[in-house]
Design a protein around this ligand. Structure first.
Ligand SMILES: CSC[C@@H](O)[C@@H](O)C(=O)COP(=O)(O)O
Length: 356
């Protein structure tokens, strides 16, 4: 399954806020439509946001090309630069958004320096966006394969938030590893944290696992320790929104608590993420920007106030897990065991990634 359908002249976004009850696709024809989908969480999950934003820039190029009278690329650039800025302001934590927008920006700069025609700009940006989406699927499948190296046979795992096809372009990161384990017949059960307050686990992960026929049990976030203590959980697998140069990892709020619980119970805690989720220019988790969302997500339940009228709330959407609590980061190029600054730098040197 996928939550993004690229149709060349438009992007269809599966409205994730309505799942699992209703499958409704929203049609986007420009960067603003895509930005609104990201802000309202119709599309969410770090790699999915990146791919959607890239398509948003490509759609804007077609829109700009239709509007310019003489069809010269020079007239299109200000509109496209504005679109990139607009998309970059949608959500602050998931670095894949900025990674994808940088790729689109670089493509635009190349068009400019090669004096491309307006039509060539449209074609180029469409091709780069489509490549970002296609690569994501391949990368997730590779993460799934490398994740198998960590296991020898049947296991029960616990996961948090949604890291599946809906959070990516297809297949998923942590959920991709779970899919790969399931394909081996190695999943006894998946404990799915409901993931308060937005319920990505209850609404989306349970939905995806159900579609795949993967055995799963929904729990509230606060039950994780109980099931670890009774020996029901063999490993925890989560995704990431941004990984700093020293391995500190920002992910959905509640991830840090899971890592601490794993440490206490001697359960391996794994992060599954593409190399595009590493931000090597951020030295440690302290500098990762954390998104604070509307307090009403905490103070209300199904749109009805559940807390007393005068009670205030606070809603950080992500937390940071220190690298020392992470047993391994599963990437498309292999696993970085016991990640730290040196091991991550060595890894990127070996795989030939950008270390700037
Ligand atoms: C492959 S997804 C990794 C993370 O993006 C995911 O676990 C997560 O935290 C998503 O947060 P969200 O706020 O739903 O966009």
């Amino acid at each position: 399954m996928t939550g993004l359908k690229w149709q060349g002249d438009k992007l269809l976004v599966l409205d994730q806020t309505l799942l699992p009850g209703t499958e409704e696709w929203v049609s986007c024809s420009g960067a603003d439509d895509v930005a609104k989908c990201i802000v309202s969480m119709k599309v969410r999950g770090a790699p999915a946001i990146g791919a959607a934003a890239a398509f948003g820039v490509a759609l804007e190029a077609a829109e700009a090309y239709r509007q310019v009278s003489e069809h010269t690329a020079a007239q299109m650039y200000p509109q496209l630069e504005e679109a990139i800025v607009r998309l970059g302001k949608t959500r602050p934590t998931a670095v894949n958004l900025f990674w994808a927008l940088d790729r689109m920006s670089n493509a635009l700069a190349e068009c400019r320096s090669s004096e491309a025609t307006g039509e060539q700009v449209v074609t180029t940006l469409r091709a780069v966006a489509a490549a970002i989406a296609a690569e994501d699927v391949q990368v997730n499948r590779a993460i799934g394969r490398h994740g198998l190296d960590l296991f020898r046979g049947p296991v029960s795992v616990l996961t948090h938030c949604n890291t599946g096809s809906l959070a990516t372009v297809e297949y998923g990161t942590a959920l991709g590893v779970i899919r790969a384990l399931h394909e081996q017949g190695w999943i006894n059960n998946v404990y799915v944290d409901e993931t308060r307050p937005f319920l990505q686990g209850a609404r989306l992960t349970a939905y995806e696992l159900g579609l795949e026929g993967i055995s799963h049990t929904l729990i509230t976030d606060s039950m994780a320790g109980h099931f670890m203590k009774e020996g029901s959980v063999n490993a925890v697998l989560v995704g990431a929104d941004r990984i700093a140069a020293n391995g500190d990892t920002a992910n959905k709020i509640g991830t840090y608590s899971l890592a601490v619980l794993c440490h206490h119970h001697g359960i391996p805690f794994y992060v599954a993420a593409p190399t595009s989720t590493f931000d090597l220019s951020t030295p440690s988790g302290e500098s990762i920007p954390i998104e604070y969302r509307d307090d009403r997500e905490v103070l209300e339940w199904l749109g009805q106030r559940s807390a007393p009228a005068r009670t205030s709330g606070i809603n950080p959407a992500f937390d940071v897990t220190p690298a020392e609590l992470i047993e391994g980061i599963i990437t498309e190029h292999g696993v970085i065991y016991l990640p730290d600054k040196q091991r991550i730098a060595n890894f990127f040197r070996e795989v030939g990634g950008d270390e700037s």
